[in-house]
Design a protein. Structure first.
Length: 397
């Protein structure tokens, strides 16, 4: 600002009559620039507030854009379940996303869908500060343990099974011990992305265009899992792929009482610091991952989200062309950056496209996909700096 003032006084001191018009025009340009800069500063401040969510009570924080598809596909029964709960823990304002892939029957997956977020919220509320990574690990492990304990209590012990959910296995009590579900659970905080996984569903982060898995599938032939099963006295038999005792094609699951202690429900937990170049998160059941690679899934979602963004950018450009008033342009950008989170068309399209791709590639399983656009809604403090720097570079243009 000081620079501009100095420049103005120098020019008016020159006082050349012919230059009068020129300098008036220059002054007007500077005034416009100053207005624009003031407008940008205001918007930057607003963006930072919205993104850090500091001004909002945790219970009202914006959720990133998300979309999901869950399809029975070529299977007879639908045994997948999806759970999405923005602000599931009102005290902290964190967001919850999960995919549960049931086997034997849907009741374990459905119970997980109904209860897992509540169990995680109870743990979060009782934890004094869910800040450090070790605490997150314990917290998620306890939630999974409690989830399974509830299922065991439901199945009434020696008297047989008493499922609370109406399901196909209810009359045949013995089968219920062969019923289970995978669980891939993601908790999103303004700074971190926590993933707890048990089974062969998968969480994949796209960071700067690079597919970054946040979970490793629990398959019986994964060397460390194979060793664990052997040490527990179990065996992995190859019967249409590697299976625990020749039965289950995954080495961890919630439920599956008859395969204990070889099949365990303890999740593996990753805590990932959110970065400015985090693009989106995909959670999906093996119905997708069996036929679509991490790389391809990332590419498909990128195109969907980019298409949506570029449409918006074109709209902004058209608006600018027809209306030379720069301030209007700024308002458009402001709206674009602050667009509300929540269920979002681009993410829904991306999830649907991935599901269709799995079908086209002859997936024989249920397919469930959740896509979360990490560039919308709540952002980390890291991305605050990036948004302000990108605004400044806009200003320099
Ligand atoms: Mn499956
Ligand atoms: Zn059942």
């Amino acid at each position: 600002m000081a620079e501009i003032v100095v420049a103005e006084s120098v020019e008016s001191d020159a006082g050349v009559a012919e230059g009068e018009l020129k300098s008036r025009a220059a002054r007007k340009r500077r005034m416009d620039l100053r207005k624009l800069r003031t407008a940008f500063n205001g918007i930057q401040k607003k963006m930072r507030r919205a993104e850090s969510n500091e001004s909002q009570p945790p219970g009202e924080r914006m959720c990133p854009g998300y979309g999901m598809t869950s399809m029975c596909g070529r299977r007879k029964e639908m045994e997948d379940a999806v759970s999405i709960l923005p602000r599931f823990c009102p005290k902290l304002g964190y967001h919850f996303f999960a995919v549960f892939d049931g086997h034997g029957c849907s009741h374990v997956a459905v119970s997980c869908k109904n209860r897992m977020h509540e169990l995680v919220a109870v743990e979060l509320e009782s934890a004094s500060a869910a800040g450090d990574d070790g605490e997150w690990k314990g917290l998620m492990e306890r939630s999974f343990f409690n989830m399974e304990s509830e299922l065991l209590n439901q199945s009434g012990g020696a008297d047989g099974v008493e499922c609370k959910i109406n399901c196909k296995c209810q009359p045949q009590s013995i089968n219920c011990d062969y019923v289970g579900s995978t669980a891939v659970v993601a908790v999103l905080t303004p700074e971190k992305l926590i993933v707890a996984n048990c089974g062969d569903s998968r969480a994949l982060l796209c960071r700067g265009g690079v597919p970054t898995p946040l979970s490793i599938d629990h398959k019986p032939d994964r060397p460390d899992e194979l060793q664990r099963i052997h040490e527990a006295g179990g065996r992995v038999i190859y019967w249409d792929g590697a299976r625990v005792l020749g039965v289950l094609a995954m080495s961890r699951a919630i439920g599956d009482n008859l395969l204990k202690p070889y099949v365990i429900s303890e999740p593996e937990v990753t805590v990932t610091e959110r970065m400015e170049d985090d693009e989106f998160l995909i959670l999906a059941s093996d119905g997708l991952w069996d036929v679509v690679s991490n790389k391809m899934a990332c590419e498909v979602v990128r195109v969907c989200l980019r298409d949506n963004r570029s449409k918006k950018t074109i709209a902004v450009a058209a608006e600018t062309e027809s209306n030379a008033n720069a301030t209007n342009n700024v308002v458009e950008i402001d709206e674009w950056n602050n667009k509300q989170g929540g269920s979002n068309k681009a993410c829904r399209d991306a999830a649907f496209l991935l599901t269709k791709l799995a079908m086209a590639r002859l997936s024989s399983d249920n397919v469930s996909v959740v896509v979360v656009d990490l560039r919308t809604g709540s952002c980390s403090s890291n991305s605050n700096s990036s948004s302000s720097s990108s605004s400044s570079s806009l200003l320099e243009l």
